[in-house]
Write a protein that binds this ligand. Structure first.
Ligand code: KIV
Length: 294
């Protein structure tokens, strides 16, 4: 069964953000802004707000689908959400997050799945987690012409091995390994690197040593750019809020207020009011009454 091709790109007033454009931002010391999106309206608002890059993160497993961790989502769900995001945003660089087991089994499978993100999901690039153990996979995907963003530090797909969602690289030995992994991923061809939940001074050091841009989440201000999970930023994910998140809104509370008001108004007969209803011309109504009476 073949999947329909992605919808044509929506029009945006902004110029398309490309990978060379991100490299230039690093060279010029301009910070890169990235956020996650999983649906059309969020993608549209992010594009209009001027975001540089959108990550269709596998965090959707937790913040949209309600799973315990990110291991539960697969390729089909990721592609479904990528297509929605692509329909909403055209200017930002669009990055699809490769889900658990879509790239770990073999480099061949990884290339095929990465290709699906571009071909069927309409993404511009993919992201995958891991360091030295992923070099061959990264090289093969990049050789296929597909840009790869790396992801080091707290890598949520390894939550069980890491023993929870906890900061990484806090000993000299672990920090050295992270720095080595970052350099190796750059050599393997990654165009950028996410650094998640690592000490701020380590992230700054890695960012200075790399020529590719780093995007930090819980990694301090020394990275070349920042990313957050949009549902955390908006206060839409109530289960827990990591320490590194800044909430710019509390949309969960706002949703609960709006839903409560709707329920109260329906129960009281206040909604729908006249302005929310449609009517038929009087003569048609009279004709109907005459017909059903006879
Ligand atoms: O899945 C995701 O949203 C991510 C970000 C936290 C970087 O990987």
């Amino acid at each position: 069964m073949s999947t329909p091709p992605p919808a044509p790109l929506p029009k945006s007033a902004r110029k398309k953000v490309t990978i060379p454009a991100l490299q230039k931002m690093k060279a010029e010391g301009r910070r890169i802004c990235m956020l996650t999106a999983y649906d059309y309206p969020t993608a549209l608002a992010l594009d209009e707000a001027g975001i540089d890059a959108i990550l269709v993160g596998d965090s959707l497993a937790m913040v949209v689908l309600g799973y315990e961790n990110t291991l539960a989502v697969g390729m089909e769900e990721m592609l479904h959400h990528c297509r929605a995001v692509r329909r909403g945003a055209s200017a930002p660089l669009l990055i699809g997050d490769m889900p658990f087991l879509s790239y770990q089994v073999s480099p061949e499978e990884a290339v095929r799945n990465a290709g699906r993100f571009l071909q069927e999901g309409g993404m511009d690039a993919v992201k995958l987690e891991g360091g030295r153990e992923r070099l061959e996979t990264v090289r093969r995907i990049v050789e296929a012409g597909i840009p790869v963003m790396g992801h080091l530090g707290l890598t949520p797909q390894s939550v069980h091995r890491l023993g929870g969602f906890r900061p990484q690289g806090r000993t000299a030995e672990a920090a050295r390994r992270l720095l080595e992994d970052a350099l190796l991923l750059e050599q393997a061809g990654c165009f950028s690197l996410v650094l998640e939940s690592v000490p701020a001074r380590l992230a700054r050091l890695i960012s200075e040593r790399l020529t590719i841009p780093t995007i930090g989440i819980g990694a301090g201000a020394g990275c070349d750019g920042q990313v957050l999970v949009t549902h955390d930023l908006l206060g839409l994910f109530e289960r827990f809020t990591p320490r590194f998140v800044k909430q710019y809104a509390n949309l969960h509370a706002e949703m609960r207020r709006a839903f409560g008001e709707y329920i109260a108004e329906v129960q009281a007969g206040v909604f729908p009011a006249e302005e929310h209803s449609v009517e038929m011309p009087d003569e048609e109504w009279q004709q109907l009454l005459a017909e059903i009476r006879s």
